[in-house]
Design a protein around this ligand. Structure first.
Ligand code: ATP
Ligand code: MG
Length: 363
């Protein structure tokens, strides 16, 4: 996909305007506080109905503005897509091809995006739930059913944890555990298909940055830690829930299941999460993001890329590699000197006090 045009009103410090983008490469440059990230945020909000900086929609609404309205036009091959999102008094209204959509879910993801942010390092250095969320979002972008199963699973898990905390009688567990095993099995089944593809791709990207050092990205299925003689995974999960009830009552929560899966990244047999340098952790995180974009492309959901300052923490060789590896239209925001960071040509937008003051072609 390519985002050709965006028009916004009531976004952060940005002056209401329309921007025509380059089909391939867009640099946004300007001082701290100019509004560069806000432009990326406007694109993200238009694409997926939320910000990447905050979960509170109202924060992106310009102070004292009555509403927010963002519209855009994108193209993929010969198809044209028009979309619009409005936020008024906390309520979102969305349009696709000028038709109002009753369900937000019908709108979300009309324009696939992959964000690459400095905070992504957390994907590697942070706790396992960051990695699970990453996997879940990546799969959800290509499989809507997956998200449904995940939501059901989480709801049932809460119920079972409540029973555990109340030390409820045995009779109460069965219904919930049957449900948990059912949804859990659906999640693991899908992860076992998609995650290895995702990780093989991430490993390939990381090897490009790290020049083929001994690297592995591995998917750890929590259920695999338990060796009982049941081959059917759903039945195995159900049985494990039963066996571990007493222990889990003491802990007050469920310790077995896909909510305990993880990704382990190793370089020369050492966990990058613990022993990797900051740059290595960043590059491993970047590799996961690039893998996500490859997965989307393979599923006919070619994404656009929103990058915020990421190159500022990489050496120049890896910065070049990053820009070469990005397959698709990208938007790169930076307060630093951007010339020479990439040899890919496109448009440069100079941002100042919420306004684009100048647009020019790169060198
Ligand atoms: N809801 C809002 N309404 C109006 N202005 C806002 C709102 N939220 C944030 N701002 C202001 O918008 C300005 C632009 O922020 P933004 O993060 O887009 O800048 P930036 O160009 O990315 O800067 P940096 O280089 O520091 O990352 C900031 O000065 C911020 O205080
Ligand atoms: Mg910024």
């Amino acid at each position: 996909m390519r985002l050709e045009k965006i028009k916004f009103e009531g976004v952060r410090n940005l002056v209401n305007t329309e921007i025509i983008f380059d089909p391939a490469v867009n640099y946004l440059t300007g001082n701290n506080g100019a509004g560069k990230t806000s432009i990326l945020e406007a694109i993200h909000f238009l694409a997926v109905g939320r910000s990447f900086r905050t979960n509170r929609d109202n924060e992106i609404l310009k102070f004292n503005a009555p509403y927010l309205k963002i519209s855009g036009l994108a193209r993929d091959n010969n198809e044209t897509y028009e979309a619009e999102i409005r936020l008024t008094e906390g309520i979102k209204t969305v349009f696709l091809q000028k038709q109002k959509q009753d369900k937000l879910s019908a709108y979300l993801g009309w324009l696939p995006v992959v964000t690459i942010l400095l905070a992504d390092i957390d994907l590697v250095s942070g706790p396992p739930d960051r990695r699970r969320n990453f996997i879940d979002l990546a799969i959800a972008k290509i499989n809507k059913n997956y998200l449904k199963n995940l939501i059901e699973y989480r709801a049932v898990l809460l119920q079972r944890n409540k029973l555990l905390q109340e030390k409820a009688e045995i009779a109460h567990y069965e219904v919930w555990e049957t449900e948990l095993a059912k949804y859990g099995h659906e999640i693991i089944k899908e992860r076992r298909i998609i995650v290895p593809i995702l990780l093989a791709s991430a490993q390939k990207f990381y090897a490009v940055f790290m020049q083929n050092r001994d690297i592995s990205f591995e998917y750890k299925v929590n259920l695999d830690n338990y060796d009982i003689k049941i081959s059917n995974e759903q039945e195995k999960f159900l049985e494990l829930l039963k066996i571990n009830r007493a222990k889990e009552q003491e802990l007050g929560h469920t310790i077995i299941g896909p909510h305990r899966d993880d990704i382990i990244i190793k370089e020369k047999a050492l966990a990058v999460r613990k022993f990797g340098s900051e740059g290595e952790q960043r590059l491993a995180a970047l590799s996961l993001k690039l893998a996500e974009s490859e997965l989307l492309s393979q599923n006919n959901r070619r994404p656009i890329f929103l990058l915020d300052e990421v190159a500022s923490e990489l050496d120049s060789t890896n910065t070049q590699k990053l820009f070469e590896l990005i397959q698709g239209q990208f938007f790169y925001a930076t307060a630093k000197e951007f010339k020479n960071i990439s040899n890919r040509n496109g448009k440069v937008f100079y941002v100042e006090k919420g306004q684009i003051t100048k647009t020019e072609a790169t060198w």
